[in-house]
Design a protein around this ligand. Structure first.
Ligand code: ZN
Length: 449
């Protein structure tokens, strides 16, 4: 109750400043003659500025404002600007800055306040609800306009929101029935306790392990230790039975990546790229992979078997280094990975047992790994694009996720020239092409070392 009273008193003060502005506006346009106006223009401007500074000082120090700032999660005040409207009660437009973590959810209304209107300038960055709750979906900036009523008085506020790339990685997510997802933060010091508002659609453990139970929508709500509220808006789709996940290893490079991306684009297919550290001149290719909706996944900072499989530490670093580079460069948090040589590789034999240790530890480091169950043999066995194509067709199986191994290294015409035909074959035979996501069922080989 106390806060509401403060807020009303506060608004009275704000109205005083707005009425002053209205008076000057009317004077300038009608009451005074042109000659007087010219002579006194500078004087009037100075008076307006002084009034604004003085009244702003009063309103800024009002306790109600501070209380409200606390309600909206520590938003910083930018200042108050009079809104020169003709009639009605919407006297004031307030401007303020607010920083949000990725995935954070905040209510812009104080207790007792009725939100009449709430609009976001960029819905993909910050979404809004009718009740004035905003949700940070993507790193970037957005302006939020909220019109609300409290005690019969209407106020319009404008928030300049900056969403950080740090926070909870999945503010909105789609998964298929039966899939699992580990909710993750890309900032180490955020510990969130999760619960599901719709457990019959998706269950979540306190630590953020989600299981999709049935088709529908679910809201997963999380609270961090410092009182921030996080949210994951989840859509569970029915399970697609016959899926093809096209995957490309070892890119990017200017010859193949561009051609592969062109073919995928032309055929409206999304795929997964297990990349190495791009050459300095090729970072734009990785950006294109992301921009065109494919999954950017990790193969490793480098590919040299004798270095990466030397120890658990060196493999862990090989993944972290590339993940951190991509995050710094593109703001994309990659968790999907593939072992160079696959988890069944024998090239790591120089370090006995290393693959057994790595495959057991990878999840605890926040990564998933994918081998393949369809090998195009474009890196060895296949001698032509015709063979790559027939290897692909022969290994597809209905009723499972077919993870297809292909390569995105330079001059790989064996794949480039077969790719469109593969897509056509898959579509004709009832397969759906999907990119691998954080909730895709992993495909693993038996470990040999
Ligand atoms: Zn490779």
């Amino acid at each position: 109750m106390k806060d509401v009273t403060r807020d009303r008193e506060d608004r009275k003060q704000q109205r005083t400043s707005t009425e002053g502005a209205l008076f000057f506006k009317a004077g300038k346009s009608s009451t005074y003659g042109n000659c007087w106006q010219r002579k006194c223009k500078k004087f009037l401007l100075i008076v307006i500025l002084l009034c604004a500074v003085f009244l702003d000082g009063i309103t800024a120090s009002a306790p109600g404002r501070q209380a409200e700032a606390a309600v909206v999660g520590g938003g910083q005040k930018l200042g108050y600007a009079p809104l020169l409207c003709s009639g009605g009660f919407d006297y004031l437009q307030q401007e303020r800055n607010m920083k949000l973590n990725l995935g954070e959810e905040v209510s812009l209304a104080v207790p007792g306040e009725k939100v009449l209107f709430c609009k976001s300038s960029k819905k993909k960055v910050v979404s809004v609800s009718k009740k004035g709750t905003i949700h940070a979906l993507k790193a970037g900036k957005a302006k939020i306009t909220v019109k609300s009523e409290l005690g019969g008085e209407t106020t319009t506020k404008r928030y300049h929101i900056k969403v950080s790339k740090f926070g909870m990685v999945y503010p909105v997510f789609t998964m298929m029935k039966g899939e699992h997802l580990d909710l993750q933060c890309n900032k180490e010091n955020i510990h969130i306790k999760w619960s599901s508002a719709n457990p019959s659609v998706a269950k979540v453990s306190k630590s953020g392990k989600v299981i999709a139970k049935r088709k529908g929508k679910a809201v997963l709500v999380g609270k961090s230790k410092n009182g921030k509220r996080y949210c994951c808006r989840l859509k569970v789709k029915k399970r697609v039975q016959n899926v093809i996940y096209l995957t490309f290893d070892d890119g990017p490079n200017r010859y193949s990546t561009t051609k592969i991306l062109d073919i995928l684009k032309k055929n409206h297919v999304k795929a997964t790229f297990f990349e190495l550290k791009p050459a300095q001149k090729d970072f734009d290719l990785t950006k294109r992979v992301i921009d065109e909706g494919h999954t950017l996944a990790l193969h490793g900072y480098q590919h040299k078997y004798d270095i990466i499989y030397q120890s658990e530490k060196s493999y862990h670093e090989n993944l972290d280094k590339l993940r951190d580079l991509f995050f710094a460069k593109y703001g994309v948090w990659c968790i999907v990975s593939r072992f160079p040589g696959g988890s069944s590789n024998m090239v790591s034999k120089y370090n006995p047992g290393i693959m057994t240790k790595l495959t057991a530890k990878l999840h605890s480091w926040g990564y998933h790994y994918f081998d393949w169950n369809v090998d195009s043999c474009d890196a060895g066995g296949a001698s032509s694009s015709r063979e790559t194509y027939s290897n692909f067709c022969a290994s597809l199986r209905k009723g499972r996720g077919n993870v297809v191994l292909m390569h995105d290294f330079a001059n790989n015409d064996k794949t480039i020239n077969a790719l469109e035909k593969m897509i056509q074959y898959g579509k004709k035979n009832g397969y759906t092409f999907l990119p691998i996501t954080a909730s895709t069922d992993e495909v693993h080989h038996p470990v040999n070392n």
